[in-house]
Write a protein that binds this ligand. Structure first.
Ligand code: PHE
Length: 344
């Protein structure tokens, strides 16, 4: 038995594996359940008493050296394998800071649109949606545009088909027409969407832009309700100190109609380059829904009245973020888009 122990001892010392797998096979052959060292421990139990001392010492030494050598070789070979595979082995530096994941950012137009929807959502306006490709009736006729109105002209509208006229909507008021056709008052909706107009693209005009329009129809809705609703919006969007001013205007679908200005939030109304020294910034069009529009959509104009308003999201974003060139919103340049976080 002592000869066997010495032979194994020599084998352990001479063992020169090339791979971690060889080390593992060696471990199993010696120290595994059916390994030769394990077998020697079994045989040791029945060895003559007078030999037990020497045998026991030799056996324990063999087991310890075998275990140590296997461990050393395994570590050395695993490290060598990693270093070879990883070039400089840098991946295994557990103290190295993780590479930051780049998360996406919201588009400034989405940020502003969502904020507008939030503000109106809090006072009961429910979002409504509609198609971007529309017919003439929903975009113009139902909204009281006379047949010869210039907005119907090829200059402004992108036509998809002629007779019957199918076109890209030029404003999101068409969504409101659809809502009025399908719902009975009280109606309180907020309609966001893309709109299209045949304009030459420049820093201040684009053929695609975004609108949010609102509509409120019920019994006894008055101009005072419109005014308070817009004032509330202006304060939420541009700050508590904001004031609004209404100038008479004209839209075919509202009577009376108004254009709404908000006090310039940059100079506090004193006058600066942004507000062109007027102290005021134009933010939207609005008015009382023309009775003709209500009737066209099947709503009794003697019983119900309502107000509507509409604003350009790019315009509000420009006032909020100071981005003056509209084209930047459509170019998807990451250097531009990554700069935006909610400012609300
Ligand atoms: N639809 C109008 C536009 O596109 C905006 C508007 C909406 C004006 C509702 C008044 C009332 O310019």
């Amino acid at each position: 038995m002592i000869a066997q122990i010495e032979a194994l001892q020599a084998e352990v010392e001479a063992f020169a594996p090339k791979t971690p797998a060889e080390v593992e096979a060696f471990r199993i052959r010696l120290l595994g359940k059916k390994g030769s060292i394990t077998a020697l421990f079994d045989a040791f139990k029945s060895a003559p008493v007078e030999e037990k001392r020497t045998l026991g010492q030799a056996l324990n030494r063999l087991k310890t050296t075998a275990a140590q050598r296997i461990e050393e070789l395994r570590t050395a070979l695993e490290e060598a394998a990693l270093a070879a595979g990883a070039g400089d082995g840098a991946e295994m530096d557990m103290t190295r800071p993780a590479t930051a994941e780049r998360v996406g950012t919201r588009h400034p137009i989405s940020l502003v649109r969502n904020r507008i929807l939030d503000i109106f959502g809090c006072i009961g306006f429910v979002p409504a949606d509609g198609p971007e490709i529309e017919d003439d009736w929903h975009v113009f006729t139902a909204l009281n545009f006379p047949p010869e109105h210039p907005a119907r002209d090829m200059q402004d509208t992108f036509f998809v088909e002629k007779d019957p006229d199918i076109l890209l909507r030029t404003h999101t008021s068409s969504i409101q027409v659809r809502v009025m056709q399908n719902q009975r008052p009280p109606i309180r909706v907020i309609c966001p969407g893309r709109v299209f107009r045949n304009e030459a693209i420049s820093y201040r005009a684009h053929c695609i832009f975004h609108q949010v329009e609102g509509l409120y129809i019920d019994r006894n809705v008055s101009f005072a309700d419109l005014k308070q609703t817009i004032l509330h919006f202006a304060k939420e969007m541009f700050g508590e100190k904001s004031e609004i001013r209404m100038r008479p205007s004209y839209f075919p679908f509202t009577e009376p109609s108004t254009e709404v200005d908000v006090s310039c939030n940059l100079c506090g109304g004193k006058g600066c380059a942004v507000c062109k020294h007027t102290g005021w910034l134009e933010i939207m069009g609005a008015g009382m829904v023309d009775p003709n529009v209500l009737e066209a959509c099947g709503i009794d104009s003697r019983e119900y009245s309502g107000f509507a308003f509409g604003m350009g999201v790019e315009r509000i974003a420009m006032l909020k973020y100071g981005v003056k060139d509209l084209r930047l919103y459509f170019e998807n340049d990451l250097r531009f888009l990554r700069q935006f976080t909610p400012v609300f």
